[in-house]
Structure formats: structure tokens, C-alpha cells
Design a protein around this ligand. Structure first.
Ligand code: NAD
Length: 470
């Protein structure tokens, strides 16, 4: 069928799209678990029926190999929707408070209620995973939602706009497409929850706008995720996993390993192992390989070229680019320090700076001198080494002996800490993000035989034990 052109939503239609979802939400139909399950099922079929079209769209947007699209986006998102489908009834049950002598009669409990209508703003790099995983959470929790995909991945955004109204309730769930003016309009409106995925720069704009309408926000951001290498590690084995994380989606992954901290005496063997790995991955070079993605735009490729050109380190592998073709070669740079161009911002591309350190203590100190990263990776089979690094650092995720896989693992959230984001989603954590924990109790009349003393005029002394729970 081929990819289609992206049509931006007229700005003046945006408030009515939110109103339509609000009215549908107020109709009460999302309260039914059967309704939510039916919508989740449709969402899974949206992906399954149109997998080939999504693969084509991702290839058009990102030059993506089909394997990466299936492994990292389409397959994991279908699995997530299935998980929601299987668990939504269980997760939606009220939770009763633990028995307490003072309160049991009133049966205090927490009702799991939808927040209302959510706004989900997506990035370009994983334009299915980062949009439909949160959408599944919003549906499971019983919300309406408006999705704003990234205009930088236009083929996927257009496909989502075509399919969502066909597969999902078109009053509750809509897609608004566009760039800054359209997103700005969306952000002028009040939302019952906003889940924003993207850069810290735009997150500041989103949070400032949300402050004006008191809309609650989850931010899923990026940053520079470091890698610690235990000097006793098996370099051949670890560089395969590490470089896979660096070159997947041409490095445009929020949790990609950004830079590596390597003890001085193993820098050279580590580089040799990385080079061998890249030669194995791309025997005829990455540009000729069908297993290598492209950068999202010439402007982004040019930004990466600028970072490479500006480095004071030594390029030991790669370094070439073709801006018009959006190609940047997998590149390894040694002799990089913390003031280098490659350390000035999240790289978000296939460039690996190597920072030589004396020991793990210096590496920990350097990492702690920067913003908390979204992910932190350690390659070691020594428990004491891993524990030392994890115990003395902070990050969204702490992962040993692999990279990226934590985003696909069931039962754990994706989320940052501080400047790498706030809140999280995936599985039950998505359900909770879009759920209001509504406290409820029902006090029978007879309780006033015991609690009647609370009414003025006060004639009894209030025992302090009433402030306790049991
Ligand atoms: P971006 O911030 O440029 O864009 C994200 C969204 O914000 C898009 O939908 C865009 O239209 C909108 N936007 C852009 N400028 C805006 C403005 N001035 N006002 C209002 N809205 C605006 O991010 P990106 O380049 O698409 O994504 C890359 C970033 O996202 C990286 O930093 C990456 O680490 C991060 N990311 C994080 C996660 C995560 O799960 N934590 C996942 C993917 C990407």
C-alpha cells in the first residue's frame, strides 16, 4: 500500500477533539472491564493486522530493518497489550485497607478509577512502542486518550491516525498530528494526565504548560547512560551485547549505552574487541548493510557529525557520514574526557566515546558528577563489583551484563529519576499511572455510639490512641 503523507490536524479542531473524548468518558462506558478488554483486543489486532504496513512506515521513517521493528516495537507492544488484557480485571479490583480495630467498621478501601482523558505525546525514535504502550495503559485503566505522535516520524504518525479511529472507539481515542503549534494548542487544554516522552528541553515546555492547567504529568526523558566495565570481564562476549545496544536503531534509543568508562590498562583490548564486533555485525560496512538503520533527519545526522568533528579524542573506528542519506557510521572514539563535545549532550546516535579511568571509584565519581541517567549498565560477573556500582550511583534502571532489554522485560517499569524523567509505565505500572486511587469508606450509624464524642460541644478528652491505627 506504501506510506502515506502526514496530514496535520487543524489547530482550531483540537479543543473539540478533547471535548469529544471527555463526553464519551462521561458516558461511563469505560467503567466496564469488558469494554476495556474489547478495546485492548482491537489494539492488539490493529498491530497484528497491519504489521507489514508498520514495518514499511518504520523503514520509511528510520531506515529500520524489519527485524528491529518486530523485536523492539511491534512484538513487544502486542505482548504488552496482551498482558493488559489478561490482568485488567484483577488490577481494577478495589483494595481494602488492612484490618484495624479503629477503622474496620467503615471498610476503608481504594477504588481504582480512571483519571479521565489523557494526553500522550510521543517521540520519533520508537514511534509505536512509546505511543501504544502508554495508550494500552490508558485504555486498561478506563481513560479516554488523545495521542500526539512525533511529526519527525511522519509515516508512522500517519498510519496511527488512519488506524486508531478504525480499530478503537473513535469518540474516546483520537490522534492529533502536527508539530509545535498543534502540541502547544493541546497543552493549553486541561488533561487528567499527560504522559510525555521526549527530550528534557521540550519536557520543560510541557511541564510549564501543565502547571497552568494543573494537569498531572509523567515525563519519560533521556540523558547519558553510562557503562561500567569490570577489567576482569570477558571483553569479546560483552562488546557484542554492548555494541548491539549502541548500533540498534542507529543509536537513537533513549536507554542506549551513551559512553563507556574503561580502566586504563584494558582500553586497547577493549577497543580491539569493539572493532571485531562491528566487523562481524557489518562485514561489508554499515552503509551497505540491510541490518543498519538511518538517522531520523539530515539535521540530526548533521548534529552527530558536529559532535564527531568537535571531539578532541581519537577516532579509532568509523567517523564517516552521509548527511543527505541520513547515514552516520558506527564510530568509536578514545581519549575522551568529560569536557569533550561528545560529553556535552545525549549522543542519541551510533558514536561510542571511551573514557579511560584509573579504577571503579573514579568512574563512580564521574557518573555522580552528572545528571542521574535513565539507565546505568555494568558488565561484570563479580557480584561485589556490581553491588559497589549500583549501591553508589542513581539511575532510572540499573542493569548488569546487557543493555536495552530492561525495556522489554515484563513486570518492571520504564522510567527515569530526576532529569531523566519522573514516573513510569509498562504493565501494572502503566495501569497505575492512568489510575486514580480513590479512597472510599462507608460509616454505619452505630459507629457514633463509639465516636459520638467527636461532635461539639466537646465533653470527653480525645485519647491519643485514636491517632494510631491498631
Ligand atoms: P522531542 O522532545 O523533540 O519531541 C517529542 C515530542 O514533543 C514530539 O511529539 C514533538 O512534536 C513535541 N514537541 C517538540 N517541540 C515542542 C515544543 N516546542 N512544544 C511542544 N511540543 C513539542 O523528542 P524526540 O527528538 O522526538 O525524542 C528524542 C528524545 O526522547 C531523546 O532525548 C530520548 O532519550 C527521549 N526518549 C525517551 C524515552 C523514554 O522512554 N524515557 C523513549 C524514547 C525517547
Amino acid at each position: 500500500m506504501g506510506v502515506q503523507e502526514l496530514r496535520y490536524t487543524p489547530v482550531d479542531e483540537i479543543p473539540a477533539i478533547r471535548e469529544k473524548s471527555r463526553a464519551a468518558f462521561l458516558s461511563g462506558r469505560t467503567k466496564s472491564i469488558a469494554f476495556r478488554k474489547q478495546q485492548l483486543l482491537s489494539l492488539a489486532y490493529l498491530l497484528k493486522d497491519n504489521a507489514t504496513r508498520f514495518q514499511e512506515a518504520l523503514t520509511s521513517d528510520l531506515g529500520r530493518p524489519v527485524f528491529e521493528s518486530n523485536f523492539l516495537e511491534i512484538g513487544t507492544t502486542i505482548a504488552e497489550v496482551k498482558l493488559m488484557y489478561d490482568n485488567v480485571a484483577k488490577w481494577s479490583k478495589p483494595e481494602y485497607a488492612a484490618w484495624s480495630r479503629n477503622w474496620f467498621a467503615m471498610k476503608p478501601k481504594v477504588l481504582k478509577e480512571p483519571k479521565g482523558v489523557a494526553l500522550i505525546i510521543g517521540p520519533f525514535n520508537y514511534p509505536i512502542f512509546c505511543t501504544l504502550n502508554p495508550v494500552a495503559g490508558a485504555i486498561a485503566a478506563g481513560n479516554g486518550c488523545i495521542l500526539k505522535p512525533s511529526e519527525q516520524s511522519p509515516a508512522t504518525a500517519a498510519l496511527l491516525a488512519e488506524l486508531i479511529p478504525k480499530y478503537l472507539d473513535p469518540e474516546l481515542y483520537s490522534v492529533v498530528n502536527g508539530a509545535i503549534p498543534e502540541t502547544t494548542k493541546l497543552l493549553e487544554l486541561q488533561w487528567d494526565h499527560i504522559l510525555y516522552t521526549g527530550s528534557g528541553r521540550v519536557a520543560r515546555i510541557v511541564l510549564a504548560a501543565a502547571a497552568k492547567t494543573l494537569s498531572p504529568v509523567t515525563t519519560e526523558l533521556g540523558g547519558k547512560s553510562p557503562v561500567f566495565i569490570d577489567p576482569t570481564a570477558d571483553l569479546k562476549a560483552i562488546t557484542k551485547r554492548l555494541m548491539w545496544g549502541k548500533v540498534t536503531n542507529a543509536g537513537q534509543t533513549c536507554i542506549a549505552p551513551d559512553y563507556v568508562l574503561v580502566q586504563k590498562d584494558i582500553v586497547e583490548p577493549f577497543i580491539e574487541a569493539c572493532k571485531d564486533t562491528l566487523k562481524e555485525f557489518y562485514p561489508d560496512g554499515a552503509e551497505a548493510s540491510e541490518s543498519y538503520s538511518r538517522i531520523i533527519s539530515p539535521a540530526s545526522a548533521s548534529r552527530l557529525k558536529g559532535l564527531i568533528d568537535g571531539t578532541k579524542g581519537t577516532i579509532v573506528y568509523g567517523g564517516t557520514s552521509n548527511i543527505e542519506e541520513r547515514f552516520v557510521e558506527p564510530t568509536i572514539v578514545k581519549g575522551v574526557d568529560f569536557n569533550d563535545s561528545l560529553m556535552s549532550e545525549e549522543i542519541f546516535g551510533p558514536v561510542l566515546p571511551i573514557i579511560a579511568v584509573e579504577n571503579v571509584d573514579e568512574a563512580i565519581k564521574l557518573v555522580n558528577s552528572r545528571d542521574h541517567p535513565l539507565a546505568l549498565y555494568v558488565f561484570s560477573s563479580n557480584s561485589a563489583y556490581k553491588k559497589k556500582v549500583f549501591d553508589n550511583t542513581q539511575s532510572g534502571a540499573a542493569v548488569a551484563n546487557d543493555v536495552l532489554l530492561q525495556a522489554g522485560a515484563e513486570g518492571v517499569p520504564i522510567g527515569g529519576i530526576g532529569p531523566s524523567g519522573s514516573g513510569g509505565y509498562r504493565g501494572k505500572f502503566s495501569f497505575d499511572t492512568f489510575t486514580h486511587y480513590r479512597t472510599s469508606l462507608d460509616n454505619p450509624k452505630w459507629v457514633d455510639m463509639i465516636l459520638g464524642g467527636r461532635f461539639p460541644p466537646y465533653t470527653v478528652r480525645c485519647p491519643l490512641s485514636w491517632r494510631g491505627h491498631r
